[in-house]
Design a protein around this ligand. Structure first.
Ligand code: SF4
Length: 80
């Protein structure tokens, strides 16, 4: 599957509500995240926190399952 950029929006609770372009490398892997070029606020640029999103999402040390069997729904919400 060749990578492609798809349109998205920042999931953070931030008043800027930036429009994003996210590189989808395959069904489970993202690459670069940048501000939407066509959006006048982002104009292709994004904050440092979200620019490195792929590093955090795919970090080897990231938890992938809940350690608390009673709270899996809360954990899944935190992964977003
Ligand atoms: S990309 Fe950064 S500045 Fe834009 S809404 Fe998300 S956290 Fe806020």
């Amino acid at each position: 599957m060749p990578s492609e950029f798809i349109h998205s929006v920042c999931p953070h609770d931030c008043p800027s509500v930036c429009a994003l372009e996210v590189e989808r490398r395959d069904a489970n892997t993202i690459g670069k995240v940048r501000g939407a070029a066509a959006h006048p606020y982002t104009d292709g640029v994004i904050c440092a926190k979200v620019a490195r999103y792929a590093d955090r999402v795919h970090h080897a040390g990231r938890l992938s399952t809940s350690r608390d069997p009673i709270e899996p729904l809360v954990f899944n919400c935190l992964l977003i």
